[in-house]
Design a protein around this ligand. Structure first.
Ligand SMILES: [Cu+2]
Length: 397
């Protein structure tokens, strides 16, 4: 039976080897044609899939090789038994394997930290970002300590207490002390972590509108972000989705006087060391405002306004010096795959000094453009028909 299996395995292995050779040749042929003439997207894709196929086959081949080696050992073992010799002690083999796994796994974990760790998030450029990073580091250190201890114990116990005919396993039905220790300690540690997280989260989502907060509206739609800044009064006017038209694309309500001096902007310019409150809206599907340098992400949900508050701490110019790139820009992304042009939903964020911010703000165009004034028939604002015009606009949508 064992020999029959072995033969079958060999047949499969030969078949896989043939496929492997075939795909390698195809891959090489593909590469030369791609190099020689026009490298279109189609050839790139087929080359990629051939590459994937190559590694899948390589993996399957490796599995077969391992299976064959296993079979050979089994056959050797059985023939030894037939000759009355001592059989292999598989428990000892497994104990050695445990040691190998422990060392190899430890090296792998260290490698992923040393190599991948450098690819983690860049320096935090906001107050809450620094706190978030501190919490992340604390959690990582704590979990790493637990991880290392439990892995060593796990593999050590597996090896040390492997099956032996010389001893019997100790029956331990229940131990209250152990139960208490491994329930209470993690509960205390987790509570501390959660409480710290809660306080940091509160600074981002604190609803109290403090005087001096700069309110900025950001509205996501397929596939762009729209910005609205308050004018001199520092207040944003109300919005209502039924008021959306071609020119009033955010549906700003001009019955609210605060709307009159609101401004439109293309770039999210914010002053450093000031409390910024970003009010988030969506007009079609769920989008997500993602600002990695500020450690902020919040979903933009249609019909459910969300927001976050933050204090930027590093200006764009300072960060350019830090990263050594004179063209560096902070970016705001959409973190929801919201449609086929999702990648377009990017905005430049520029953190500047307060005076630069005021200067920039004074150059922004009013949201209430001349065209919009005509559309809303606001040229003569005192006419009672104005109310009707707004309502008709609402009904048209
Ligand atoms: Cu989006």
């Amino acid at each position: 039976m064992a020999f029959k299996n072995l033969i079958n395995s060999k047949k499969i292995a030969a078949l896989l080897a043939m496929l492997l050779l075939g795909s390698t040749q195809l891959l090489m042929a593909q590469a030369t044609t791609a190099d020689a003439a026009t490298a279109t997207d189609d050839t790139d894709k087929s080359a990629m899939w051939l590459g994937v196929g190559y590694y899948v086959l390589l993996f399957l081949l490796l599995c077969i090789v391992v299976a064959i080696i296993g079979r050979i050992i089994k056959v050797y073992d059985l023939s030894n038994q037939l000759q009355g010799k001592k059989a292999t002690n598989w428990n000892n083999v497994m104990a050695i394997m445990c040691g190998i796994f422990l060392v190899a796994g430890g090296i792998g974990a260290y490698w992923s930290f040393a190599v991948q760790g450098a690819m983690s998030l860049p320096e935090a450029a906001s107050e809450n970002g620094v706190k978030t990073d501190e919490m992340f580091t604390t959690t990582t250190i704590l979990t790493m300590i637990v991880f290392v201890i439990t892995q060593i114990l796990l593999f050590y116990f597996l090896a040390k207490y492997r099956h032996s005919t010389k001893r019997r396993a100790y029956f331990l039905p229940h131990n209250n002390t152990i139960e208490k220790v491994w329930t209470i300690i993690p509960a205390i540690v987790l509570t501390i972590l959660v409480v710290f997280g809660f306080f940091t989260w509160r600074t981002i989502t604190n609803t109290t509108d403090v005087k001096g907060d700069i309110n900025i509206d950001i509205t996501g739609h397929q596939f762009a972000w729209e910005l609205r800044y308050p004018g001199k009064d520092g207040k944003l006017g109300k919005k209502y989705y039924k008021l959306v038209t071609g020119l009033n694309n955010l549906g700003v309500d001009f019955k609210d006087r605060n709307s009159f001096d609101d401004l439109k902007a293309d770039t999210l310019v914010i002053p450093v060391h000031k409390s910024i409150r970003i009010n988030i809206f969506a007009q079609d599907v769920i989008h997500s405002v993602y600002m990695p340098y500020f450690r902020l992400q919040m979903n933009a949900v249609p019909g459910l306004p969300t927001f976050f508050k933050f204090v930027p701490t590093i200006t764009t110019n300072e960060m350019r010096g830090k990263v050594g790139d004179p063209n560096f820009e902070y970016l705001l992304y959409c973190a929801k795959v919201c449609g086929d042009a999702h990648y377009n939903m990017k905005k430049i964020i520029r953190v500047v000094s307060d005076s630069e911010y005021q200067a920039w703000l004074s150059h922004q165009k009013p949201y209430l453009s001349d065209g919009l004034k005509t559309e809303l028939k606001m040229v003569d604002n005192n006419q009672p028909s104005n109310q009707g015009a707004v309502n008709r606009l609402a009904l048209n949508n």
